[in-house]
Design a protein around this ligand. Structure first.
Ligand code: PLP
Length: 454
């Protein structure tokens, strides 16, 4: 029988892991953890060690691991039809899911375009927005505006609108030009304002850009309320609200990348609800199947769709599709996910949990190297700094977040960080007691690493 260590040796021989420097696995220190099963908020490794999944396995899991109802529907759908192309053919799960998504998002949303993951949903949105203007007789509207430090995926189109160096710098010669505005990073405000006491001055930059270039701008794409990959940087809903008004004023489409935030993360089904606005196009993925199987959707209005609707020979068709577009198993799991969420009132029950979460996060103020504490809904983040007064960051090479991650693993929690930011994005079904446990582990892990002498 193959032992755990043999599995790991084979893993390192054959598997190239994402976002991973494999040299770190040399020697005896740290190796990939072999996970064998999951149950609720917990996953278990090959030695039976239990870990709280504090990051929802890359922000995908919402209803916990190995959910009996989802397991059943997946099996049942596979027994009916596992896959069928979605051009000239259709199937009930794709239809039912599209109807549910449109109704959940509300008017004016009308059409759902399926793809496979967050990056492809963003690619679809970008191409859809450009082709919309092209077919409206304005092909010069070809630029996309996005925020500094934004993240919209790892494919080249989504990297183009992204702004994080680590994912983009090397590929700069390959990506298309975009326009950037400073992100509303409130802890280190680009307009020099004090956190929580501003009139969204950072939007002035957007106004200037729109005024000068609106004739060439197709759309602005945003991560709504939270810049996830930048370190769970949370900005006010007012920003998004005013951005909608500006986009309308300057005839610019608003693309809302809800890939990480939709389906409850911020305390509502969609983050745009906090701002009381509707984007022109929005993207969902990750939690759409509760983290079970890949599926994504780009959702839009009749205003956009009608620009593509014409006689065949006018060549206005949206020529975009992936082999697994609208896969029946994925759509069936997504429909069941939405049913569970609605029947169990998952989102409706979040406010109480979110309050407990917020309260627990306040305790981190006692730690000397905690610079900023951020919270919205079921997301919490702790930005660690070398010096609290000056906000001096820990150097990249110090891997302070990674050290905290290793400590937390020993205590039974997965808190894979983003640089110097330790964040929580647990499955939504986490209980209040489990929130306490998770935050306590994080507290002690941070204390052990950053204040070793206490
Ligand atoms: C806001 C946002 N958009 C897009 C993506 C890309 O999604 P995927 O990794 O499924 O391609 C992510 C992934 O984290 C994301 O956070």
């Amino acid at each position: 029988m193959t032992t755990k260590d043999e599995w790991i040796a084979k893993d390192l021989k054959y598997v190239w892991h994402p976002d991973t420097q494999h040299k770190q696995y040399e020697g005896e220190n740290f190796k990939p953890i072999l996970i064998e099963r999951g149950d609720g908020i917990y996953v278990y490794d090959a030695e039976g060690n239990q870990y709280i999944d504090g990051v929802s396995s890359w922000w995908v899991n919402t209803l916990g691991h190995s959910v009996p109802r989802l397991n059943k529907i997946l099996y049942e759908q596979a027994n009916k039809i596992e896959h069928i192309l979605l051009a000239d053919f259709t199937h009930r799960p794709a239809i039912e899911l599209a109807e549910r998504l449109v109704k959940l998002a509300g008017e004016p949303f009308a059409k759902v375009f399926y793809s496979d993951d967050g990056s492809t949903a963003v690619e679809v949105a970008i191409k859809m927005a450009y082709q919309y203007w092209y077919q409206k007789g304005q092909p010069q509207k070809r630029y996309f505006v996005s925020m500094t430090d934004s993240y919209h995926g790892d494919t080249l189109g989504s990297v183009s609108v992204g702004g994080i160096d680590i994912y983009k710098k090397i590929f700069q010669p390959l990506v298309f030009n975009t326009l950037k505005v400073s992100a509303p990073y409130c802890y280190r405000c680009p307009a020099g304002c004090q956190q929580g006491k501003c009139n969204i001055e950072c939007l002035k930059e957007v106004v200037k850009l729109f005024k000068e270039h609106h004739n060439e701008i197709a759309a602005m794409i945003v991560e709504p309320l939270v810049q996830g990959a930048a370190g769970m940087r949370i900005y006010p809903a007012e920003y998004l609200n005013r951005l909608r008004i500006l986009c309308d004023e300057y005839d610019i489409l608003l693309i809302d990348d809800e890939v990480a935030m939709a389906f409850g993360r911020t305390g509502k089904y969609f983050a745009f609800e906090h701002a009381g606005i509707k984007p022109d196009i929005f993207c969902v993925a990750k939690g759409i199947t509760a983290g079970y199987v890949p599926l994504a959707a780009t959702i839009t209005t009749d205003k956009i769709y009608n620009a593509f609707y014409d006689d065949f020979d006018k060549v206005k068709t949206f020529y975009h599709g992936h082999s697994f577009t609208g896969n029946p198993i994925a759509c069936a799991v997504a429909v069941e996910t939405l049913k569970i969420m609605q029947e169990a009132k998952i989102v409706e029950n979040l406010p109480l949990k979110a309050e407990i979460f917020k309260k627990n996060l306040q305790k981190f103020k006692n730690l000397k190297h905690v610079g900023d504490i951020r919270h919205i809904g079921m997301i919490g983040a702790i930005e660690l700094v070398k010096d609290r007064e000056t906000k001096e960051p820990y150097p990249f090479e110090e891997r302070i977040g990674h050290k905290v991650f290793l400590e937390a693993l020993k205590m039974g929690a997965i808190l894979r960080p983003i640089g110097n930011v330790i964040y929580f994005m647990p499955p939504l079904i986490i209980t209040e007691a489990q929130i306490e446990m998770l935050t306590q582990i994080a507290y002690y892990a941070i204390q052990t690493v950053t204040e070793p002498n206490t």
